[in-house]
Design a binder for this molecule. Structure first.
Ligand SMILES: [Zn+2]
Length: 246
């Protein structure tokens, strides 16, 4: 389902996120009637909106460097901006990676200001959601934003391939840690982030091998990687449905 195309970038809603929205709305209605339904719908709307704006931050930063974005898709754990390729200049990758969390920090500041005006606790929660989203995505869990910043930083001194190798190892550690904590807590959205990161890590590895092949041999890689775009996953895990044990 396509929600719209801001700046010419289609924003899709993955069916699993649609299911989650419907489930949450039903739960809100069942627990608190019309008020509950309204509160849950508003909260999910603000959360989804914050994720879309975060991804648009990445997409617009990429556009500045002449790189398009195929689509933005919302999942239960957050969103993914399918950037057509990553720039080979580490400084550009760093700007693209930081643009997403920067949007959340700006949104947190805006909600904080709104809270001063309204003193509504709900608005303060929205400020907190965005702050949590910024902090979580800045963890060095490659290929999430913080991991891309780390890779770009390392690539300046050690080169793209060794830097990716280090970031990949750290990212794999984070992915498994998210999965373990996600199962033990239980915290389903963190578990989903971990699982998604493992898939994204494998795709990034294949892309890196192909890129290195093309660079060293001067010929296109014998396997097809051009149809894939680089996923820039951004998690809303700390803000969505942790199931507390207490
Ligand atoms: Zn991001």
């Amino acid at each position: 389902m396509t929600l719209g195309s801001p700046f010419g970038i289609p924003v899709h809603l993955h069916w699993s996120f649609g299911l989650l929205l419907a489930g949450a709305a039903l739960w809100g209605g069942w627990m608190g009637g019309m008020l509950g339904l309204g509160l849950v719908s508003l909260s999910m709307g603000v959360l989804a909106g914050s994720v879309v704006l975060h991804e648009l931050g990445h997409a617009l930063a990429a556009k500045r460097f002449g790189i398009g974005t195929a689509h933005i898709t919302l999942y239960p754990f957050g969103g993914v901006a399918a950037i057509e390729r990553m720039p080979e200049d580490p400084d550009q990758e760093m700007v693209i990676a930081l643009a997403g969390p920067a949007v959340n920090i700006a949104l947190a500041a805006a909600f904080g200001w709104l809270w001063l005006l309204t003193t509504s606790p709900l608005v303060l929660v929205f400020a907190g959601l965005n702050l949590a989203m910024a902090v979580f995505n800045l963890l060095p869990a490659y290929p999430m934003d913080g991991g891309r910043v780390l890779r770009a930083y390392l690539a300046r001194s050690m080169g793209m391939v060794p830097a990716t190798r280090v970031a990949h190892r750290i990212g794999t550690g984070f992915a498994w840690a998210f999965i373990v904590v996600g199962v033990a807590w239980p915290w389903p959205s963190l578990l989903l982030v971990g699982a998604f990161l493992l898939v994204a890590l494998r795709q990034e590895h294949q892309r890196m091998v192909a890129w290195n092949w093309e660079r060293t041999t001067g010929r296109p890689a014998p396997w097809n990687t051009t149809t894939q775009s680089t996923p820039v996953p951004s998690a809303s895990a700390p803000t969505s449905w942790p199931w507390s044990r207490s």
